[in-house]
Design a binder for this molecule. Structure first.
Ligand SMILES: NC(=O)c1ccc[n+]([C@@H]2O[C@H](COP(=O)([O-])OP(=O)(O)OC[C@H]3O[C@@H](n4cnc5c(N)ncnc54)[C@H](O)[C@@H]3O)[C@@H](O)[C@H]2O)c1
Length: 337
């Protein structure tokens, strides 16, 4: 059995990763460590096999708790998704939580990796640490692109990434950092852009669009992100950084247009809302380094509409999942329908 400690495995990408790994590898056992913030949802993993999926409610920034878990379960690998992730929350209050989860959390996991000689720790990060590109420029984010985070969320993620780098450079601790573009897919918390747009459109309510709507992101299906991490667990080189993206640059307006077409809703079901301060215009990834290891996405640019259709269908098939979220008092203020 290969034992993988997964941080944040009750969230959107983490729960997809746990589910994917258990399905793809019968010899894998997951120790899922999640603090269950408002974004954590045990419903995401409640159907997983209890003999190979062990859930522990704990804070990745709590060294004592993490050390005890590692001593008990002796993981072979660590993959950390745990973080405070909602950019708007990092702007409008709660930044202290971001510093603890996104900076202290990786530091504690680095320390544990070093102390207990764990062969590999992968820290999941974001392309937002690189700052913003302009719409018309050709430039893409490479692994060597200098960090220039503009938003508090991105700054905290960059801080965690740099701590990981320093543990490798100083102590030789085997750590990989990944920078992925925006994910979409099942189990995504309804506060995020695409699920919020779907639920608004289904309710015939206006979909809020920040500013001119020309904010471009490279949308990747969450399953392709999970497959990339799976590959790096075997073929990734400690101390290296890998960018993950699928050349699927789309503006927010384009994404909403496709969603409205799929749902058969009027094209003007949108409303302009005040722009986010410091809003980055465009992110775009050069993923050639991970592609050279043998990774290729199942959902590239051509498959984006299919991916969105499947996501809409997932939300339709899992209405009870959203209804149960709405009954949770701690998250009602975060769900915008
Ligand atoms: N969503 C995206 O598009 C995207 C893109 C690139 C990178 N990422 C990164 O991927 C990771 C997962 O993102 P997501 O969208 O699934 O986030 P999410 O908000 O859906 O899930 C985060 C999970 O982490 C848990 N958590 C938060 N703080 C914790 C702590 N201190 N200790 C233990 N658990 C804690 C939460 O309970 C939740 O289950 C994050 O690190 C994020 O920066 C996300």
């Amino acid at each position: 059995m290969r034992t993988i400690l997964v941080g944040g495995g009750a969230g959107f990408i983490g729960s997809n990763f746990v589910r994917y790994m258990l399905g793809a590898h019968p010899d894998v056992r997951i120790i899922n460590v999640d603090k269950l913030t408002y974004a954590g949802n045990l419903d995401n993993v409640s159907d997983l096999p209890a003999d190979r999926h062990i859930f522990i409610k704990a804070d990745i920034a709590d060294q004592e708790a993490i050390d005890a878990i590692i001593q008990e379960y002796r993981p072979d690998q660590i993959v950390n998704f745990a973080a405070e992730t909602h950019v708007d929350r990092s702007i409008h209050g709660g930044l202290r939580d971001f510093v603890f989860a996104n900076v202290m959390g990786p530091q504690v996991l680095c320390e544990a990796t070093k102390k207990f000689n764990i062969p590999l720790y992968i820290q999941i990060s974001t392309d937002e640490v690189f700052g913003a590109l302009e719409l018309e420029e050709d430039r893409l984010f490479h692994e060597e692109t200098a960090f220039a985070p503009n938003m508090p969320y991105a700054a905290c993620k960059a801080g965690g990434d740099l701590i990981c780098r320093s543990y490798f450079k100083t102590f030789g601790t085997p750590i990989i950092v990944t920078h992925c573009s925006n994910n979409y897919g099942p189990y995504q918390f309804p506060e995020k852009f695409i699920p919020q747009a779907i639920s608004k459109a289904l309710a015939d309510q206006h979909i809020p669009i920040y500013g001119d709507g020309l904010y471009v992101r490279d949308w990747i299906h969450v399953i392709d992100h999970c497959r990339a991490i799976d590959l790096l667990l075997n073929k990734g080189v400690p101390g290296e950084v890998y960018n993950i993206g699928v050349d699927n640059e789309r503006s927010n307006l384009d994404v909403v247009k496709i969603l409205l077409e799929i749902l058969g809703k009027p094209a003007d079901l949108t409303v302009t809302v005040q722009d986010r301060p410091g809003h980055d215009r465009r992110y775009a990834i050069d993923a050639s380094k991970i592609k050279a290891l043998g990774w290729a996405p199942l959902y590239g640019r051509e498959e984006f509409e299919r991916g969105l259709r499947e996501k809409i269908q997932w939300y339709a098939d899992n209405a009870a999942w959203i209804d149960r979220l709405k009954t949770r008092g701690d998250i009602n203020s975060h769900i915008k329908t």
